[in-house]
Design a protein around this ligand. Structure first.
Ligand code: DGP
Length: 116
């Protein structure tokens, strides 16, 4: 199966790596929306939040254990936001589960700034 983030995990496509261990890879987003914009992905393929099961959820727990360290390494000094888009209505563009870690600046209070 052709998957962009699987190719990044395998090193076939280069990435700006922030953190890596045996189950998780974190790398900088190609189109950053903040000074810190890191994507955290499981090395095994899970399509999205919809693909999380009792069998694979340990890797998701591990991702969340790693996120505070990744946020610090990525430059989110004073707080950050963790976002995952799931499915077309949420504009998920890469069908491999990933968590955006966004920070390094003051973020708007709401997802929809017009509600601020
Ligand atoms: P989403 O829209 O939630 O599926 O986020 C996908 C993100 O992936 C988007 O912010 C841009 C990023 N992205 C797409 N292609 C690449 C790539 O080749 N390298 C890197 N580092 N990021 C990518």
């Amino acid at each position: 199966m052709d998957c962009l983030f699987c190719s990044i995990v395998k090193g076939e496509i280069p990435s700006n790596k922030v953190y890596e261990d045996e189950t998780v890879l974190a790398f900088r987003d190609i189109a950053p929306e903040a000074p810190c914009h890191v994507l955290v992905v499981p090395k095994t393929h899970i399509g999205s939040v919809d693909g999380i099961t009792a069998e694979n959820s340990a890797v998701v727990a591990h991702i969340f254990e790693c996120i505070p360290k990744i946020a610090k390494l990525g430059g989110a000094g004073n707080g950050y936001r963790v976002i995952t888009n799931c499915g077309p209505d949420a504009c998920q563009s890469v069908p491999h589960l990933h968590f955006h870690v966004i920070g390094g600046t003051q973020l708007p209070a709401h997802c929809f700034p017009e509600n601020d």
